[in-house]
Design a protein around this ligand. Structure first.
Ligand SMILES: Nc1nc2c(ncn2[C@@H]2O[C@H](COP(=O)(O)OP(=O)(O)O)[C@@H](O)[C@H]2O)c(=O)[nH]1
Ligand SMILES: [Mg+2]
Ligand SMILES: [Zn+2]
Length: 305
């Protein structure tokens, strides 16, 4: 390839991907978003990836190379693992009291994020549903005590307040929004990015000609009035979140309250089930670590076996 052509690439972010097609956004805001293809068979790019692209004609591009990823979030089952997003700075996990959120799913997301070195906050939505919010308040307090930031909002019922509460946290960063379906994540995205639906339709039309618009992740620029220099990555709602790409050691180290106790069990290969002298089980039975999280951790490990 001639070097003059190689010099003609531009830095872009992948704003959406669908199969072998990508939607790329200029880092310098130098041109409107374009559809991009990859060279050869390489398709392992994902939303958030920073890539060098060559512009082709009026509205197309070719991805020439991938810049190193600062972060990469995966989920997996035994057979395959899927890259969900790259280069996100932090994540907001949307939970709510109605329908009640699954704490097992929340823990799985937190373990994946923690292992990927991505800070997480809980976004407790639907705070206008007073009874439902009260029902989960104790569980939310557990996560606050573990050091997770918690935002209580009502994205649908009090959108302005939601924007004000989240704005400073979003500013200057790329934030992944994830959650179980029904928690109000789409409502939140529309609250933060008022034209998100229109933009999604445009991406959808460009990439997939009208297939389900919520089955792929998308990156949106948040308007400056809401947060300066902020991007959000909206992911599809999850009903499961496999952790097979992580080792058992990574999973146990992602349990924040376990960390000071690891190494204090009688056996150094302790799995914290019913081994004698298990410091973690004993701490849970004394109420020093949260008993429900301990039980759910054992269930996550059972599923992994
Ligand atoms: N009461 C209440 N309902 C909400 C709020 N935000 C979203 N919802 C409702 O929760 C349901 C699921 O919302 P949606 O955004 O589709 O959730 P998603 O599946 O997480 O994307 C919808 O019926 C929303 O109207 C809120 O702040 N308060
Ligand atoms: Mg949704
Ligand atoms: Zn143990």
């Amino acid at each position: 390839m001639p070097s003059s052509a190689a010099a003609a690439t531009e830095l872009a972010r992948i704003a959406a991907s669908f199969g072998r097609l990508f939607y790329v956004r200029s880092r310098a805001n130098a041109w409107p978003d374009r559809v991009a293809v990859t060279r050869g068979k390489r398709t392992d790019f994902c939303v958030g990836d920073e890539v060098d692209v060559r512009l082709i004609g009026a509205d197309q591009a070719v991805i020439e190379s991938l810049r190193p990823r600062r972060t990469a979030l995966q989920r997996s089952d035994r057979w395959r693992s899927k890259l969900l997003a790259a280069n996100v700075d932090q994540a907001g996990i949307v939970v709510a009291g109605d329908p009640p959120f699954s704490e097992a799913l929340l823990m799985r997301m937190l373990i994946a994020l923690e292992s990927a070195g991505i800070g997480a906050a809980l976004i407790a939505n639907k705070s206008d549903l007073v009874e439902a919010a009260r029902a989960i308040a104790g569980r939310i307090a557990t996560y606050r005590a573990l050091g997770y930031e918690v935002f209580e909002i009502a994205a649908g019922a009090r959108p302005r307040e939601a924007r004000e509460r989240l704005g400073p946290w979003l500013a200057g960063r790329t934030t992944l929004l994830i959650g179980q379906s029904g928690m109000g994540k789409s409502t939140l995205v529309n609250t933060l990015v008022p034209d998100a639906d229109l933009r999604t339709q445009a991406i959808s039309a460009a990439l997939s000609s009208g297939r389900h618009t919520t089955t792929f992740s998308r990156m949106f620029d948040v308007p400056d009035e809401v947060a300066r220099d902020a991007r959000i990555v909206d992911t599809p709602g999850f009903q499961s979140f496999g952790l097979a790409h992580l080792s058992e050691s990574q999973r146990m180290h992602a349990m924040r309250e376990f960390v000071p106790l690891l190494g204090r069990c009688r056996f150094n290969n302790c799995r914290h089930h019913d081994e004698p002298g298990c410091a973690i089980r004993e701490a849970a039975s004394r109420g020093e670590i949260d008993a429900l999280r301990y039980r759910l951790y054992l269930r996550i490990e059972d599923d992994a076996d």
